[in-house]
Design a protein around this ligand. Structure first.
Ligand code: GDP
Length: 299
């Protein structure tokens, strides 16, 4: 997995290489520190975390006689700390007893929601769990078809409703079937229409309520496109304000130089990144791990 992460983050490790290059300069003068700050900001880490990191690096790399500490080791440790290795990133996909766990997948359209639901189903199957998918994104015309295709691809059944139908009724039907069949997990794709906040709140609230009449929502995953940077983050924040998000899926991290968004999103939403999307294929979803991610960044 680490090897895959390294390969896929080829774009992001420009950040790691850039930082290592600057830190290996003979003299760490003000210009160098400024260039380091610029690199971190450009990678979407965010202003406050950038300043904290630079402060810590400056302190730890200050040479006071003796031997200079190894810049790579210090940078690695500080980046891991920034990504926070202590956050609980385990996916909650199991219900209680015979009742399935329900994973609700939310986020703005185009971020990779439907694709993530398909890939997540693949992971569940690989873990020998039984799953059912709900095509509750009834607004985007192609979403249901797209999810049906994913279902066939990964061998998981998809419960669908009429186009333009009520998303909550599709979610209700899917969870009902999940309960009747005793499946382990129901994954619900939702519509990501970013209308006004009230509309979104009403819609997702209703979806959640009808599910919870039958089974617990064990995980609410917010999907965020890494390439959209701070803008995408502002939109994602709206979702976190209307529904209790329990984990973030950061998609399109492959080939993006914006890996720093991991830090920004965790800081701003207070929720761990649990999964990362590294491509369009069925196996391109990986559990997120702070140390593995930083190692991939540093190449
Ligand atoms: P939705 O509207 O949020 O459901 O988004 P889709 O699942 O339809 O995804 C939008 C586009 O992004 C599709 O072309 C996907 O193949 C692509 N996509 C999704 N996740 C990833 C990823 O991790 N990496 C890359 N490179 N593309 C992705």
């Amino acid at each position: 997995r680490l090897v895959r992460l390294r390969q896929r983050l080829a774009g992001s490790n420009a950040l790691g290489r850039g930082l290592l290059g600057l830190l290996s300069r003979e003299k760490l003068d003000e210009d160098t520190w400024e260039a380091i700050e610029d690199l971190l900001i450009a990678a979407d880490i965010g202003v406050a975390p950038t300043q904290e990191l630079v402060e810590r690096l400056r302190t730890r790399l200050r040479v006071e006689g003796g031997q200079a500490p190894d810049a790579r080791t210090v940078l690695r440790e500080e980046l891991i700390e920034l990504v926070d290795p202590t956050m609980d990133r385990a996916l909650q996909v199991s219900g209680e007893g015979d009742v399935p766990g329900v994973v609700l997948v939310v986020g703005v359209n185009g971020t990779g929601k439907t694709t993530t639901v398909g890939k997540l189903a693949r992971i569940l199957v690989a873990e020998e769990r039984t799953a059912l998918l709900a095509a509750a994104d009834t607004f985007r015309a192609a979403a249901t078809e797209q999810l049906a295709t994913w279902g066939e691809r990964v061998g998981v059944e998809v419960v669908r409703g009429p186009e333009g139908g009520d998303p909550a009724s599709v979610a209700f039907d899917a969870v009902k079937q999940g309960v009747e069949r005793g499946v382990d997990t129901v994954v619900v794709d939702t519509a990501g229409r970013l209308q006004n906040k009230q509309g979104l709140m009403d819609e997702l609230g209703k979806v959640k309520r009808v599910i919870e009449k039958q089974a617990p929502v064990t995980e609410v995953l917010l999907v965020l496109d890494a390439t959209t940077g701070q803008n995408g983050l502002i939109q994602a924040k709206v979702f976190s304000e209307v529904v209790d998000v329990t984990g973030i899926v950061l998609t399109k991290l492959d080939g993006s130089a914006k890996g720093g968004i991991v830090v920004a999103v965790q800081r701003q939403l207070g929720v761990p990144v649990k999964l990362v999307g590294l491509g369009e294929g069925p196996d391109d979803l990986a559990p997120f791990d702070a140390a593995a991610f930083v190692d991939a960044l540093l190449g």
